[in-house]
Every structure is written in C-alpha cells, then in structure tokens.
Design a protein. Structure first.
Length: 294
C-alpha cells in the first residue's frame, strides 16, 4: 500500500509526493493537465512517470492522491473511474478543504476506499509546502475506518497531527478556517482604516499594531478563548464603546455596521468569560443596536 500516484502536479501534489518518497513510499506516476507540470513535479520528486494519462497513472498505484484545484476534483475522479483507473481496494484521497469526501463517490462505486485529507496550512509553493507541512494539522473525513488508518499513517509520515471531523462537516470546518485566517486579515485592515482616519500613517500603524496582534495570539495560545478577551467590552466600559461609535459614525460611517456586528459577538464572549455583568452587557447591546441602525 506504499505505491502512490499523484494526480494534479501543483504545489500540494509535488510537495506531498516529495515527502512521501523521502519517507520510503514509491511514487509510481505523476499526471497532470499539462505534461510540463507533470515533468516538473517528477523531476522535483525524483521518481515516477510523468504523464497526462490520469487513469493510466492512477492504475499504477494503491494510493491515488488527487491534488488538482478544487473545482476539478470531482470531475477528474469521475473521468478516472469511467476509464477503470482505480484498482478495487485502492485508496483515493483528495486534499481539498472545501470539498467533502463525497466528491470521490465515483471511485467508491468502483470498489476503492476514499478519504479527504486536508492540510490546514497555507502552502503557496512547493518549497514552502515542504517546510510548512510538517507540524500541520490534517483534517480527515471518511466513513471507512481502514481508509482513515492509511490516511493517519500518511499524516504521521508528513509529521502532521490529525483533526477528526464528522462526515458532512466539511463546509462548516472550512468556513471556520476561512473566518479565522481571512477575517483576521480583514479585521486588521478594518483597524488600519480607523487609524488612517485618525491621521496615522498606514505603515506606522501596522508596525505599531503587530506587537499587539502577536501578544494577543500568545495570550490565546496560553489561556484560550474567551479568557484572552480584553478591552472595553470585556470590562463593561460602555462610555468608551459609545465614544468609539460616535467617532466612527462621524469619520467612517460605512464601517459602523461592522463594528456593531463584531461588538455583539464580543459581548457574547465577554459574558462567557464572566468579566462583563448582565447590566453592562444590556447597556452596550443597546448602544450597538442604536448606532447599528443609523
Ligand atoms: N495551496 C494551499 O495552500 C492548499 C492548502 C491546503 C489544501 N490545498 C488543496 O490542495 C489541492 C491542490 O492545491 P494546490 O495549491 O497544489 O493547487 P495548484 O498549485 O494550483 O495545483 C493544481 C494542479 O492541478 C492540476 N489540474 C487542474 N485541473 C486539472 C485537471 N482537470 N486534470 C488534471 N490536472 C488538473 C493543475 O495542472 P496543470 O499545471 O497541469 O495545468 C495544477 O498543477 C486543492 O484541492 C487545494 O484546495 C491547498
């Protein structure tokens, strides 16, 4: 079960092929839409046959890693299944965060086991992926225990850690990851815009905020959420919240709704933390709805 075929010769496919072959797996073939990408990946991995024949390449191995772009996974899998490219008893894996294991149903119908194995990490290039994969969490989704066992073994080879998820949970899992990663960037952009309105140079502001962001992350790592929450809402400081709202409604009225929405969620966390009293929470929520409806 250590013969592996890679379908989709991009950053993730090439890096996983390289890491698996370094750990003693045999990469029998790398197939992609373009021969150029397949050859480049094969040269990097140092073994396997480069091809554009997806079904032929898949049939050469017991493990088939589909690492195409998300929107091609289902269709690529169906194409290989249609051409009888999956061996019965083989394991077919995709690495998409957004797609469920169900995207591989055509392989399952041909007697293969299926699992989705998403590295919860940002992998912008092959080199970065090789550096970042070890230590990352892998979200595994399957209803097949033996498929999960083989996937866990691959995660061990990647020096990763397993995050288990219930079948059907992928969209919310992916939404959670996108909220944390993408909305963090959006939230920092929001703060920078308020500082710019206060006349602070954007780069100076980012330089000054980075230690605050890093300190907050350290607190989250150490004591978790909601314990790491600080600031006027956590303290129940309604006057400060009102000053924020009044200034934003004057200088950045388009951002008022966003402040109020995040503020309401922050009230919920502060109540969970126990630092905000019910009475102060009511006052702050009343301010947030009054300004939020402007
Ligand atoms: N990069 C990340 O940060 C990251 C993190 C976690 C998970 N993932 C997941 O890993 C998967 C691969 O991502 P990636 O970043 O490696 O993408 P990528 O660098 O864009 O590579 C995707 C590869 O798929 C090939 N491909 C696309 N459509 C195809 C088709 N119809 N038939 C055959 N090959 C096809 C492309 O081939 P050609 O070059 O030959 O055209 C390309 O080389 C995705 O499901 C992604 O969601 C990515």
């Amino acid at each position: 079960m250590k013969n592996t075929a890679i379908i989709g010769a991009g950053a993730v496919g090439t890096a996983m092929g390289y890491l698996l072959s370094s750990a003693g797996y045999t990469v029998t073939g790398i197939a992609s839409r373009s021969l150029e990408s397949a050859v480049k990946a094969r040269d990097f991995i140092g073994q396997g046959e480069a091809s554009t024949d997806l079904a032929g390449t898949a049939s050469s191995a017991g493990i088939v890693l589909i690492t195409t772009s998300d929107d091609a996974v289902r269709q690529v899998c169906e194409g290989i299944a249609h051409r009888d490219g999956f061996r019965p008893g083989s394991l077919v894996v995709h690495t998409s965060g957004a797609l469920s294991v169900d995207a591989l149903v055509s392989a399952k119908d041909k007697g293969a086991s299926t699992v989705s194995m998403h590295p919860l990490q940002s992998l912008p290039s092959v080199q970065e992926a090789i550096k970042n994969i070890p230590g990352s969490y892998f979200c595994l989704e399957s209803d097949d225990e033996s498929a999960l066992d083989t996937a866990r073994e691959m995660v061990r080879v990647f020096q990763g850690k397993v995050l288990n998820i219930q079948l059907g949970g992928k969209p919310l899992y992916h939404a959670g990851a996108a909220v944390v990663s993408n909305f963090l960037v959006a939230t920092i952009g929001f703060g920078l815009q308020l500082h710019e309105s206060a006349g602070i140079d954007r780069q100076d502001s980012l330089n000054a905020l980075l230690p605050l962001i890093q300190g907050t992350l350290k607190n989250i790592e150490k004591i978790g959420i909601p314990a790491a929450l600080t600031g006027p809402i956590a303290r129940g400081d309604a006057q400060t919240v009102e000053d924020h709202l009044a200034s934003i409604s004057r200088e950045n009225p388009d951002l008022l709704g966003l402040y109020c929405e995040l503020g309401r969620y922050t009230v919920k966390l502060a109540l969970e933390k126990g630092s905000l009293k019910e009475n102060d929470a009511r006052k702050i929520l009343e301010l947030l709805s009054r300004y939020g409806s402007h």
